[in-house]
Design a protein around this ligand. Structure first.
Ligand code: HAM
Length: 446
C-alpha cells in the first residue's frame, strides 16, 4: 500500500493550467472594471458629495473590508437576503468566520463602539465613508457584485431634525448632480409599537385569498418576517398587499410625533416626498423613519433606488455599546453614474490639457523635459509624448487630445532660446523668446 506518486494526485482539471494555455482569464460575473472614462464620473460624484457632506460637519472615516461574520449576522440580520443569500464568506486559515462587507453600517457601528466615540467632545458623532461593497446578487444593469457607496451616519442624535437634515443633504447632492429623485419615506415604528402591527399584518396575509397570491419566497417570509412581504417586487404580491393594514395607523404616540415632525421639517425645507406605506427596507436594524431615493420617471425605480437609509436607534446597544440613537444613509455610486450618463450631464472639468509640448532632436528633448516640469509647477494643463521624435505624429496626438496650443522646441529654437507656439485651430505658428512664453500662454489661454 505505497503512497500515490506525486504526479498522480487527483485534482480538478479546471485548476491546472495546461502547458501553453494562454487563454484570457475573464473577470468574474457581476464584477466590473472602472475604466478611466467612468472614473471621471466617479470623481465628479465623490467630489460633489464630499463638498456637501463636509459642509454639514461630517468627517471621513474608514473601516476594513473584512469583518467577523457575526457582526453582519447580528446587525444586518441573519435572515435578510443580504446576509443569508448574498454575502461572500469564508473560514480563514486561523479558522475564523470572515465576511466581506456587504454594507458599511455594521462596520461603522463596531468602529464607533470600539473607539469609544461616545466620549468625543463633539456630539453627535457625524461620520462619512466611501468605498467598495460586495453582494453576490443576480447581476443586471445597475446591480453588481462589487459596487461603491457613499455612506453617512450620525451617532447620538434622537431628534427628528436629524432625519430631515440627512434627507436634505442627499437631496442637495442629487440636485447638484442634476438628477431628479423622488424621496420615498415611511415610518416603521419602534420595538414598542411594531410587534402588534406585525401581528395584524400576519393575520391579514393569512387570509386564504390574500395568501394564495403570494410568491413562493413570500410564503416562506410570512413566518419569519411578514413586514418584508410589503416590499416584494412580484406583481401578484403587490396585488396582495393592496388592502394590508398600514403601519402609520399603528404607530405609538412617540413614533407618530417623531414622524410628523420629520415631515414638517421636510415641508419647511421644500423637500418633496412621497409617503410610501410599503417601504420597509431590507435590513433588520431600522426603526422609525426609513427612506429611499428613487430615480424620477423610471418604471423600475424601486429596484434601482439610488440610495436609502433610516434610523437605527437600538443597534449600537444591541451590538454591545451604550444606548445611542443613530441614523444614516448609503448612496449607490454606480447607479448615480448611470443616471448622469443617461441624462447626458457634461463633466464640469474633464481634466483635458490645454497645451501640448513637442520636441525635435535629442538636445531639445532634454530641454523640453525640464520645461515640462516648469509647466507642471506653474499649474498649466500640459501633455507630452517624449518617446515620439517625429513632429507630425506629435501634432496628430496634440490634435486628438484637443489642446488649444502646441509648443515646439527644435534644434534652432534650442540655439536661439525660443519656442514656437502653434495655434491648433488656425494652424498659425509664431516664434517667441523663451522668457516671454508664459506671458503669451496666459494671454492665449485666458
Ligand atoms: P442599501 O439600501 O442596501 O442600504 O444600499 C444603499 C444603496 O446602495 C442602494 O440604494 C443602491 O443605490 C446601492 N446598491 C445596493 N446594492 C447594490 C448593487 N448590488 N449594485 C449596485 N448598487 C447597489 C445600505 O447599504 C445601508 N447600509 C444604508 C444605510 C446607512 N442605512 C443607514 N445608514
Amino acid at each position: 500500500m505505497g503512497r500515490k506518486p506525486k504526479n498522480q494526485t487527483k485534482r480538478n482539471s479546471k485548476e491546472i493550467p495546461k502547458k501553453n494555455d494562454n487563454k484570457v482569464i475573464a473577470r468574474l460575473r457581476g464584477m466590473r472594471d472602472m475604466l478611466p472614462e467612468e472614473h471621471q464620473y466617479y470623481r465628479l460624484v465623490v467630489n460633489k458629495s464630499e463638498e456637501i457632506i463636509k459642509y454639514y460637519g461630517f468627517s471621513q472615516t474608514d473601516i476594513p473590508a473584512l469583518e467577523n461574520l457575526s457582526l453582519y449576522e447580528r446587525s444586518t440580520g441573519k435572515q435578510t437576503d443580504v446576509v443569508s443569500k448574498e454575502m461572500y464568506t469564508f473560514i480563514d486559515k486561523d479558522g475564523d468566520r470572515v465576511g466581506i462587507r456587504p454594507e458599511a453600517t455594521p462596520g461603522l457601528v463596531r468602529s464607533y463602539i470600539e473607539h469609544g466615540m461616545f466620549n468625543q467632545p463633539i456630539q453627535p458623532v457625524k461620520l462619512y465613508w466611501i468605498g467598495n461593497l460586495m453582494r453576490r446578487e443576480k447581476p443586471q444593469s445597475g446591480r453588481y457584485r462589487q459596487f461603491s457607496q457613499i455612506d453617512l451616519e450620525i451617532f447620538g442624535e434622537a431628534g427628528p431634525v436629524a432625519d430631515a437634515q440627512i434627507i436634505l443633504i442627499a437631496n442637495r447632492i442629487f440636485k447638484d448632480l442634476q438628477i431628479d429623485v423622488q424621496v420615498q419615506i415611511n415610518s416603521i415604528g419602534c420595538k414598542e409599537c411594531r410587534p402588534a402591527y406585525v401581528d395584524k399584518l400576519a393575520e391579514y396575509y393569512k387570509q386564504r385569498q390574500v395568501r394564495n397570491k403570494l410568491c413562493q419566497d413570500c410564503k416562506k417570509r410570512m413566518l419569519k418576517n411578514p413586514l418584508r412581504l410589503l416590499d416584494c417586487k412580484e406583481e401578484s404580491c403587490r396585488e396582495a398587499r393592496a388592502e394590508a393594514p398600514q403601519i402609520v395607523d399603528h404607530l405609538c404616540e412617540e413614533c407618530r410625533d417623531h414622524f410628523v415632525k420629520v415631515l414638517e421639517y421636510l415641508d419647511e425645507l421644500d423637500v418633496i416626498y412621497n409617503l410610501n406605506p410599503f417601504l420597509v427596507r431590507g435590513l433588520d436594524y431600522y426603526n422609525r423613519t426609513v427612506f429611499e431615493f428613487w430615480p424620477e420617471e423610471n418604471e423600475n425605480a424601486r429596484q434601482n433606488a439610488l440610495g436609502g437609509g433610516g434610523r437605527y436607534d437600538d443597534l449600537v446597544e444591541y451590538m454591545g455599546g451604550r444606548p445611542t440613537p443613530a441614523l444614516g444613509w448609503g448612496l449607490g455610486v454606480e447607479r448615480i453614474i448611470l443616471k448622469i450618463k443617461e441624462n447626458n450631464i457634461p463633466l464640469a472639468d474633464d481634466g483635458k490639457p490645454d497645451i501640448f509640448l513637442a520636441q525635435l532632436g535629442e538636445a531639445s528633448k532634454r530641454k523640453a523635459m525640464i520645461f515640462f516640469e516648469e509647466l507642471r509647477k506653474k499649474k498649466y494643463k500640459a501633455a507630452q509624448n517624449f518617446v515620439k521624435d517625429n513632429l507630425k505624429s506629435q501634432l496628430e496626438l496634440a490634435d486628438k487630445l484637443g489642446v488649444k496650443l502646441t509648443l515646439i522646441i527644435g534644434q534652432k529654437e534650442m540655439m536661439d532660446e525660443t519656442v514656437i507656439i502653434r495655434d491648433m485651430e488656425s494652424g498659425m505658428q509664431e516664434v517667441f523668446d523663451f522668457k516671454k512664453v508664459y506671458e503669451e500662454l496666459d494671454k492665449r489661454l485666458k
